[in-house]
Design a protein around this ligand. Structure first.
Ligand SMILES: Cc1ncc(COP(=O)(O)O)c(C=O)c1O
Length: 354
């Protein structure tokens, strides 16, 4: 296991009230930093007090967005211990993202050991109120100080953490979404399958428009034919149609979600028929009209499972299961959250105790 030196702040912060935690607003006492330089590799991994970074204005990340990130959580178990959910999958996804963006990949063992070491140091920040957790944000960015498009020869790998509240404060509630016809998030051959900031920058406008119109999320269509469903907001998406679970296949423009993968493994282990394939918006609205769109839900680390109650597209409105959460959606939510918070046995070996 990699060991990292620890430097503590002179003054520790006052922790926020776990009952009123807002996502992504307060950060823990420490952060992890590690440098990369061509010819030297990754070096000087260290845990330091959380605080501002000093960067040259010509740092490449500001101009050409050579940057990738990850998102995972640490959960407080009923026995008081702390555990992570599939951190090796986040490490591997970040390697894949780095390779696409020509960034020096952070080796899996360094990624996982750094996450564990930082969460251990800030363990008191992992809240224990129901549904709360510690969100972990690893990211890597280009630090070469020169303007001119090329692959940087130096990078900074950083991890920060923030305690987050229960996603559903008043119970898990189905949301309204609409199909986005104008903006696209990603195209095949681009960076859609990676977690690079540019994908999110491209998605903000549609998200803002959806919110203005009272929708919770955008249902993204593929960027070429504008007819195949890809993702919902910052989540993967699944549908139960006529008894079968279908989800968009990973064509290169869809992020391979770790919650998606876990759901598919669970659904198959329960004996449900599951298909990963191209799905048109038309097919879904036809199924809804025929009364065959049984359930729909988004999957992602933040919400775990987000039931969809209504979908709007070109003036059409498809209600899903009468706007109520369906049985498969509920079972996935209960099973995954049970494994993550340690109230259900982890028979898949997905959790990693600190
Ligand atoms: C665009 C996008 N799709 C899907 C997901 C779901 O991925 P995961 O289940 O690994 O959180 C996320 C969140 O990380 C995302 O940002």
């Amino acid at each position: 296991m990699n060991q990292f030196p620890i430097q503590h702040p002179t003054k520790f912060k006052t922790k926020p009230d776990p009952k009123t935690l807002v996502f992504g607003h307060s950060f823990t006492d420490h952060m992890f930093l590690m440098n990369y330089d061509a010819g030297k590799g990754w070096h000087d991994g260290r845990i330091v007090p959380y605080g501002p970074l000093s960067l040259d204005p010509s740092s490449m990340v500001f101009h050409y967005a050579q940057e990738v990130f990850e998102g995972l959580k640490a959960y407080r178990r009923p026995d008081g211990g702390v555990q992570l959910f599939r951190p090796d999958c986040n490490a591997q996804r970040m390697i894949d993202s780095c390779e696409r963006l020509c960034i020096a990949p952070v080796p899996e063992d360094i990624f996982v050991d750094a996450v564990k070491a930082l969460v251990k140091v800030d363990e008191d920040w992992v809240p224990s109120e129901p549904g709360t957790s510690l969100y972990i944000r690893p990211f890597v960015f280009a630090t070469d100080t020169s303007v001119g498009v090329h692959a940087s020869k130096s990078y900074l790998f950083c991890i920060i953490c923030c305690p987050v509240g229960a996603y559903y404060k008043e119970g898990i509630d189905p949301v309204r979404i609409y199909v986005e016809n104008e903006d696209v998030r990603a195209v095949r051959g681009g960076t859609g399958y990676t977690k690079c900031g540019g994908n999110y920058a491209a998605s903000i406008r549609a998200g803002e428009r959806a919110e203005e119109q009272g929708f919770a999320q955008v249902l993204w269509l593929d960027g070429v034919e504008r007819k195949y469903i890809e993702e919902v907001g910052s989540m993967n998406v699944m549908f139960k149609v006529d008894g079968k679970v279908i989800t968009p296949k990973l064509t290169g423009s869809v992020l391979p979600g770790i919650t998606r993968r876990s759901c598919l493994e669970l659904l198959r282990s329960w004996g449900l028929e599951v298909e990963e394939r191209l799905i048109t918006a038309q097919e879904l609205f036809d199924a809804a009209k025929a009364g065959k769109l049984d359930e729909a839900w988004g999957t992602g680390t933040a919400a775990v499972i987000s039931p969809i109650g209504e979908m709007d597209w070109n003036g059409l409105c498809a209600k899903v299961n009468g706007g109520n959460i369906g049985p498969v959606t509920q079972k996935l939510y209960d099973t995954l959250t049970g494994i993550q918070w340690g109230t259900k046995e982890d028979t898949h070996g997905w959790t990693v105790k600190l």
